[in-house]
Design a protein around this ligand. Structure first.
Ligand SMILES: [Zn+2]
Length: 174
């Protein structure tokens, strides 16, 4: 099946029941990231990007032009204090954080996570299209078991990751 514009699709997002060609995916993905950032990007400030993970690298690629437009200074992996720190937390990280919190574990959140509704699959696809190379942070045993379970539930019930993230008000604030 093709993208809604008629071109050959390169990615299928089953939880949204959508297929995209590369051009439509690019605009869908960038819009999603920038919408998530709305109200959080200052102007004439120092914006730091945590670009250690693939998510952070992709966030930098998408956001930097807008940050520069707003006359911000952009710094990768800042060593000093910045006005805003943008991190590459993806949908799966957000889900793990919600689940761990509900198990009584303490979860540290630093910075703004504009990719929190973007799955690894989407981020990897965007990275591939833009020749961005990077890795995901290594998960500890507990997190990788949890993620494996999640993936198998998601396969049978597309949308469960969004449902978990949306179940937490503080994670939904955009
Ligand atoms: Zn298309």
């Amino acid at each position: 099946m093709a993208c809604s514009c008629g071109k050959k699709s390169i990615i299928e997002l089953s939880c949204e029941n959508k297929k995209f060609c590369s051009r439509c995916f690019k605009s869908y993905f960038e819009r999603k990231v920038l919408n998530s950032l709305r109200g959080h990007l200052p102007s004439k400030s120092m914006v730091g990007f945590d670009t250690v993970s693939l998510g952070g690298k992709v966030a930098f690629e998408v956001i930097q032009p807008f940050a520069l437009n707003a006359r911000n200074e952009c710094v990768k992996n800042p060593s000093e204090k910045v006005d805003v720190l943008i991190v590459g937390t993806c949908l799966e990280d957000s889900v793990l954080n919600v689940l761990k919190e509900s198990m009584g574990k303490t979860v540290q959140q630093n910075g703004i996570a504009p990719l929190k509704r973007c799955s690894r699959k989407e981020i990897e696809c965007y990275a591939g299209m833009n020749s961005i190379i990077g890795n995901w942070p290594e998960l500890n045993d507990f997190d990788s078991v949890l993620l494996e379970c999640l993936e198998s539930i998601e396969e049978k019930h597309p949308g469960i990751k969004y449902a978990i993230v949306n179940s937490r008000k503080e994670w939904c604030e955009d």
